[in-house]
Design a protein around this ligand. Structure first.
Ligand code: RIB
Ligand code: CA
Length: 322
């Protein structure tokens, strides 16, 4: 009798929306090194950590460095829906990716705007079939939903790196950067009723680098792993100094790890709202963890993850890249 083979889950039909961004680069490497589990339809880019022309360039760089120039990259929204644009060059460097030299990648952007790509793709997709990994401000998806609300039918799940509850924010005392950079867009996505999973700072601040983990990545000894180590060594200094943490977070890579190894994460379905009022709580995610408001749950709020599991997975996958 042949041994029962492990039941392989069907590959995830995936669009990655991103504002690379140092940790976005790590997430993109991890995703593009996982073709059996993640069928990446496209990378859509948005202004966030740095301006759109640089986030779009950096996404093209990521696919060139990962040997995945089969993945189209689209440029999307160059500014938030309502608020004045903000950036995080002090964290990610003026070029948007710190610790490595950048250049103009060979392969150009795909023609057409990312928002129109989302409208066309999600509108034509089979019901509840496409997963979106949102690694930056949610402006592109919000604009697509505003333009054609019925595209929600094509969405299986939206997995967001964003938000903060238990331990406060990283751009204000209460708000996390991706939400703060475009809270109105996040509110549009939340109101659309699409299946939403958030990986907030509550979990990403538990999945930290360490000397040993950086050594583990360096030991993979590929050009891609060297780039990731150089990027992380430069990127983590800001948060380690700011929070006095023993290591730095790899926020966006946590989303890809969640898609690849959901069993390594846990959380709770809760009711969440987003504050879009100007003032000290602008961009705050109000996570009703104990259900005191007796409101229906509208997000899966992930707050635990396997830190060593993430770095083991990242090491294993980086070994596949050159
Ligand atoms: O707050 C962390 C998030 O904001 C990450 O996605 C990082 O890349 C920045 O976009
Ligand atoms: Ca990001």
């Amino acid at each position: 009798m042949a041994a029962a083979s492990a039941i392989q889950a069907a590959p995830i039909d995936l669009i990655i929306d991103t504002d690379p961004g140092a940790d976005d680069l790590v997430a993109l490497f991890l995703a593009m090194a996982s073709p059996d589990e993640l069928k990446i339809r496209a990378i859509t880019t948005v202004a966030g950590n740095v301006r759109l022309e640089k986030t779009a360039r950096n996404a093209r760089l990521a696919r060139e460095w990962a040997g995945r120039e089969d993945v189209p990259v689209y440029a999307g929204a160059g500014r938030p829906l309502v608020r004045a644009p903000i950036y995080a060059a002090e964290v990610h460097g003026e070029e948007g990716v710190t610790g490595v030299e950048v250049h103009e990648p060979k392969q150009p952007l795909a023609s057409g705007n990312a928002v129109q790509y989302l409208v066309d793709t999600l509108g034509a997709a089979p019901p509840h079939s496409v997963t979106l990994a949102m690694l930056g401000p949610q402006t592109n998806l919000a604009l697509a939903l505003i333009q054609r609300p019925e595209i929600a039918q094509g969405i299986k799940e939206v997995v967001v790196m964003g938000g903060a509850h238990f331990n406060g924010g990283n751009i204000t005392p209460v708000a996390e950067f991706n939400l703060y950079a475009d809270p109105h867009a996040a509110a549009v996505v939340l109101a659309s009723g699409v299946p939403l999973t958030y990986l907030p700072l509550d979990v990403t601040h538990k999945l930290l680098t360490s000397e040993a983990r950086l050594k583990q990545l360096a030991g993979v000894n590929t050009q891609a792993s060297k780039r990731v180590v150089d990027i992380l060594n430069a990127y983590i200094t800001h948060d380690m100094a700011l929070y006095g943490m023993p290591g730095g977070p790899v926020h966006d890579a946590s989303v890809i790890a969640y898609l690849l190894r959901p069993q390594q994460f846990s959380g709770r379905r809760i009711h969440m709202s987003i504050d879009t009022r100007e003032g000290p709580t602008f961009g705050q995610t109000v996570a009703d963890w104990y259900g005191v408001l007796k409101q229906p749950a509208n997000v899966m709020w992930v707050e635990e993850g396997d830190a060593q599991g993430l770095f083991d997975l990242l090491s294993e996958r980086l070994a596949r890249l050159k």
